[in-house]
Design a protein around this ligand. Structure first.
Ligand SMILES: [Zn+2]
Length: 288
């Protein structure tokens, strides 16, 4: 499992090898997957949405820090989106943060909140900003805001790295609204897909070639299904027929309220797919 993606970390140019050595980047293997980390890092950030992928990665990073006695804190960065259509997203991200902090009080440190006004979302205003580096590419307002706030946090809180838990689309499925940036196959993978260094700060995407079945299996292997149950991945909104009867609009929602899952968005289908693969995945993981 993950032989191909783990190998990407080991195919380095002379310059990349020098960077690895200079920053003492190590690989920590968890259930087959290599996760890069440096024992010299003092404070890192993780993008925590309130969904299952980012909560899982936050847990695994805490585990690496704790088990290797690394003196490093984790700041949680949440980009609050769609406050009028999915008003539960921000309170759920706080619940996940609190649960992680209870599990790892000496590691999980501060929570930083970015606010993205709905008008900037790709679905509302499209690709309206030219990329500052890749001049032939356009970006949506939400993408620019996420990248900009991450950069600001690096500067403001002196972060050594930021982790993002974007996973790969499930193989051999054709769920509606699959995102293209999650389609890349490991055979086409390069180091930049997994880890990028810029001025001594690292951006890490260790789940780039990991699908949801592995993520859901971690919750079972580490007996943290309570954390899984706190997360919410569904992107159904207040207009959905299964949600509207309970919460017709954002003014009807109060934190801790139970919100039905829509059952037909990409994230619901992906989660059901991962759950259906659970036994098979746990079996595969016995041999890694
Ligand atoms: Zn859904």
């Amino acid at each position: 499992m993950f032989e191909k993606s783990n190998a990407i970390y080991r195919r380095l140019t002379a310059e990349e090898s020098e960077t690895k050595l200079k920053h003492n980047i190590q690989l920590y293997r968890i259930n087959g997957l290599d996760i890069p980390f440096s024992p010299t890092w003092k404070r890192i950030g993780i993008n925590l949405s309130g969904g299952a992928d980012s909560a899982c990665l936050a847990y695994l990073l805490c585990k690496i820090i704790k088990e290797n006695n690394i003196d490093c804190k984790i700041d949680v960065i949440t980009h609050v989106r769609c406050w009028t259509t999915r008003p539960w997203q921000q309170p759920i991200s706080i619940d996940v943060f609190v649960e992680l902090k209870n599990m790892f009080p000496n590691i999980i440190s501060n929570r930083h909140e970015n606010f993205i006004t709905p008008e900037l979302e790709h679905g509302v205003s499209g690709l309206i900003f030219r990329d500052l580096v890749y001049k032939d590419m356009m970006r949506s307002g939400d993408q620019v805001s996420v990248a900009g706030y991450n950069q600001y946090c690096v500067y403001r809180y002196k972060l050594n790295a930021i982790f993002n838990a974007t996973t790969q689309n499930p193989p051999n499925t054709d769920f509606p609204k699959k995102m293209n940036d999650r389609e890349k196959l490991v055979d086409d993978g390069i180091l930049r897909d997994l880890i990028i260094e810029n001025a001594g700060v690292f951006l890490c995407h260790p789940f780039r070639f990991v699908d949801k079945s592995w993520v859901i299996a971690q919750y079972h292997l580490f007996k943290i299904t309570d954390l899984l149950n706190t997360t919410r991945s569904c992107e159904g909104d207040v207009s959905h027929k299964r949600i509207k009867p309970t919460i017709p609009d954002h003014t009807n929602y109060t934190p801790k309220m139970s919100v039905p899952e829509c059952g037909d968005c990409f994230w619901c289908l992906e989660k059901d797919w991962a759950k259906s693969k659970l036994e098979e995945t746990l079996d595969k993981l016995k041999n890694v």
